[in-house]
Ligand binder design. Structure first.
Ligand SMILES: NC(=O)c1ccc[n+]([C@@H]2O[C@H](COP(=O)([O-])OP(=O)(O)OC[C@H]3O[C@@H](n4cnc5c(N)ncnc54)[C@H](OP(=O)(O)O)[C@@H]3O)[C@@H](O)[C@H]2O)c1
Length: 257
């Protein structure tokens, strides 16, 4: 087993920084939390319902020597999101990095889609980004520092059969990111979007195997991405990308260029 040196964490590129990762109980959010923690950030692990999975992530982060807290909230709800951010501030005094990652799919063709499918996805994927940014913005303006990273998808750039609600939510994130970046740049707050391609998580596991095989044949690199590969790009935006704002970084194996 890999030995963890707690001193490494306190010397990392994000030492002393406070990060909130929404939807961090598994998949891409969990990998982002681990990557930021390995560089010294304290992590608030947000989740909506998967408490035991979120607690497991907290244990994994603690084993790295990271400061952590559980931060339950349904981020499709503005007041729950604001209260969650307030709990983090009460505990640690500031928020330096906000990763708006929580997301869901409710895939159906337009002919079968209900209003409920539409609103659930827009509320969870797009409105949550608005609520997350609005909740941390006053603090980050006061601090004159912030790194906001919004997890979009290549589907928001290219569209995808059966994902009108999802593609609209993810395309909306890209447009929102650019405007927020323009408005917040003068406060030393960068706002960027990250657009993963098909990545091996529970979300992708829901896609039937025959469809997964068809998808793979469209990916120039011939394989699905790993959550850790997405997390590396988030770490770059959080720790190193001081003069990068309003951008979309694609981590997609070439599926969309
Ligand atoms: N996997 C892919 O192929 C892929 C590709 C492109 C983009 N993405 C994007 O990457 C992000 C993460 O996806 P993933 O594949 O890691 O998904 P996942 O494995 O299904 O995990 C989703 C996470 O979001 C949380 N969540 C969902 N609704 C929430 C809400 N209302 N409030 C708070 N947390 C909520 C879940 O926690 P609970 O279980 O507690 O609700 C879980 O921690 C999403 O935005 C997704 O759209 C994924």
């Amino acid at each position: 087993m890999r030995q963890t040196n707690v001193e490494d964490v306190t010397m990392g590129r994000l030492a002393g920084k406070i990060a909130i990762v929404t939807g961090a109980s598994r998949g891409i959010g969990r990998a982002i939390a681990m990557a930021l923690a390995k560089e010294g950030a304290a992590i608030a692990v947000n989740y909506r319902a998967s408490e035991s999975e979120a607690k497991r992530v907290v244990e994994e982060l603690n084993a790295l020597g990271a400061k952590t807290m559980l931060a339950q909230a349904n981020v499709s709800n503005g007041s729950e999101t604001r209260e969650m951010v307030q709990r983090v501030v009460k505990t640690w005094g500031r928020v330096d990095v906000m990763v708006n990652n929580a997301g869901i799919t409710r895939d159906k063709t337009l002919r079968k889609m209900t209003d409920e499918d539409w609103f659930e996805v827009i509320n969870t994927n797009l409105n949550s980004v608005y609520f997350g940014v609005m909740a941390v913005m006053p603090l980050m303006i006061e601090q004159k520092f912030g790194r906001i990273i919004n997890i979009s998808s290549f589907v928001g750039q290219a569209g995808n059969f059966g994902q009108a609600n999802y593609s609209a939510s993810k395309g909306g994130i890209i447009a929102f990111t650019k405007t927020a970046a323009i408005e917040l740049a003068k406060y030393n707050i960068t706002v960027n979007a990250l657009a993963p391609g098909f990545t091996l998580t529970d979300m992708l596991a829901k896609v039937p195997e025959n469809v997964q095989a068809q998808i793979k044949s469209r990916i120039p690199m011939g394989r699905f991405g790993l959550p850790e590969e997405v997390a590396k790009a988030v770490l770059f935006l959080a720790a190193d990308a001081d003069y990068v704002t309003g951008q979309q970084i694609n981590v997609n194996g070439g599926v969309y260029m």
